[in-house]
Structures are given as C-alpha cells and as structure tokens.
Design a protein around this ligand. Structure first.
Ligand code: ZN
Ligand code: MN
Ligand code: MN
Length: 283
C-alpha cells in the first residue's frame, strides 16, 4: 500500500524525503519549487544527489510532484500565460531530473473567457509543452477540482474533453482529490454514491487514468464548490468513504497522499495516516 502525505521541501527537496520517512510514509508528494512565487533557482547537483540517495534508502515510492499554484494554462492574460508555460516547462524539467513519475496540475481557470475557451486553451498549451519534452518520462496528472471561482476540471467530462484534445495521450493521467470532487457535487458519502461516482468516472475518463489520489476530507458541504481540506473523518465526507477507497482493489497500487492541514511537527499527518491504515481490511 502506497500511502503518505504532501511534504515540505524547506531546506531542499532531499529534506522532503527525510520528513516523509520520519512519519513512515511509503509515498509522498512534493512541490518541485516554491509554490507561491514564479521565480526559482536551478536545482543544485548535491541536492539532486541527496534526494536520490534518500529515495533509495527510504524506499519511498513514488515521490511525485505538484505544480506551483500560480500556473494557469487557461489564462487569457498574455503575461500570465507566458509565465505559466515557461514555469510548467521548468517544473517538468525538474521532475525529470529528480525522476518523479508524475507532476499533478490543476487544469486552470478561464478567468471569464468561458469554460469551452478555457478547456481548449489548456489542451493547446499542453500540446505545445509536450511537443518540447518528447523524450521525458514524467507525466502530467490533471487534478479534479472543486470548481472554485472560474476553474475548470470539476466535472469528469471536462477532464475527458481536455484529454481528447491533447495529442500526447501517454503523457497524461488524472489525480483524484476526494475533497474536490465532493465539493464539486459528487456525493461519495454512501457506498452507493461512491460506486456510482467511480463508475461514472470510469465511463467518462477511464478508471485506469487515475495515477494518484489526494485523500482529504472536506470542511465544506456537498456541492459548495469551495476547496477547504479537513482531517480524515472530521469533515462533511466522513470516515466511511475513506474505508471504501482504502479497500478498493482498483486503487490498490495507486499512491494516496494527504493534503490536510498540519504544523511543522506533522503530528496531524501521523494521526490521519493512523486513521487511514486502521481502515484497511485484513484478508
Ligand atoms: Zn492540487
Ligand atoms: Mn489536491
Ligand atoms: Mn484543494
């Protein structure tokens, strides 16, 4: 079972692996650079070496990336758009250097241009980017969104539309976020609702496209379209849904990470991981 949490890269990407290992994560997610500013300095050789050494020692697998929050491939603003493309390319290069199999990305926000225009712009941007990194192994995982503001990706159909327009199918996958789909209106609280939602995802996108899962409960109600993560079992989704996921054979090999609120000592992660592990049925 690959289960862990998002880990801070304060002090270097290599430190994230140490942090994850210290609380017994078997997989972790990291930002490839600062997530709140555009600029970045190149990865240092020593940092990359230490990162790879730590991954080897701890056996954490996979370590995968999440892109910076500023990137918006659907932006109608030419300056933001240009920076978004450039920065995503840099992040993919960093992911490749570190050997990360996936970089999770929020599809984008159309900022008033309309959902159709947004979806087309995202696909066009991805085609442009993939054209430049044909030799890379890293895949981009489109994350399901809560539908906050003008963001797209809150309906499975929207993810399918983006994927249909991207030529490089093998470079794309999906990251399913439990809080986001719930806030977007998918009721996964009951076993029936969970099965119905996953069946819907399967027929629209394909369940095998799910390469990572974000395990977050929700501070806001079903369909709120507000993205606020809560500790497992303490929010509006509730514990049972996480029991379904933790025991869903279709997701057995899919890495699952927490993105729940926490302090520097990570005791909240320890608590949530304990709760999640406790849900796994022994066979
Ligand atoms: Zn995300
Ligand atoms: Mn997420
Ligand atoms: Mn979120």
């Amino acid at each position: 079972m690959f289960i862990g949490a998002h880990m801070s890269i304060a002090g270097g990407v290599d430190k994230a692996v140490e942090r994850g290992s210290s609380i017994n994560c078997t997989t972790i997610q990291i930002f490839t650079k600062s997530n709140t500013q555009w600029r970045t300095t190149p990865l240092k050789k020593k940092e990359v070496e230490n990162f790879k050494k730590n991954v080897e020692i701890t056996k954490i697998s996979p370590v995968f990336g999440h892109n910076c929050y500023l990137i918006n491939l659907a932006s109608p603003d030419p300056e933001i758009y240009r920076k978004s493309i450039d920065t995503l390319l840099i992040e993919l290069e960093r992911s490749e250097i570190l050997g990360l199999p996936y970089l999770v990305m929020h599809p984008g926000s159309h900022m008033g241009a309309g959902e159709k225009a947004g979806i087309e712009r995202i696909a066009e941007s991805l085609n442009k980017i993939f054209e430049k990194i044909k030799g890379y192994n890293v895949r981009v995982l489109l994350e399901t969104t809560a539908g906050q503001g003008r963001s797209v990706g809150y309906r499975f159909e929207q993810l399918a539309e983006i994927m249909a327009l991207v030529e490089f199918k093998e470079k794309l996958g999906v990251c399913l976020d439990t809080c986001h789909i719930f806030a977007a209106g998918y009721d996964i609280r009951s076993k029936y609702g969970y099965e119905k939602t996953t069946a819907e995802f399967n027929s629209i996108v394909g369940i095998d496209k799910i390469k990572a899962i974000h395990l977050n409960d929700s501070k806001k109600e079903l369909g709120s379209k507000v993205d606020r993560h809560e500790h497992i079992g303490k929010g509006f989704i509730g514990l049972e849904t996480f029991r379904y996921i933790m025991n869903d054979e279709r997701f057995r090999l899919v890495p699952k990470v927490l993105e729940t609120p926490k302090g520097e000592d990570m005791k909240e992660d320890v608590m949530n991981l304990k709760v999640l592990r406790g849900l796994i049925k022994r066979s």
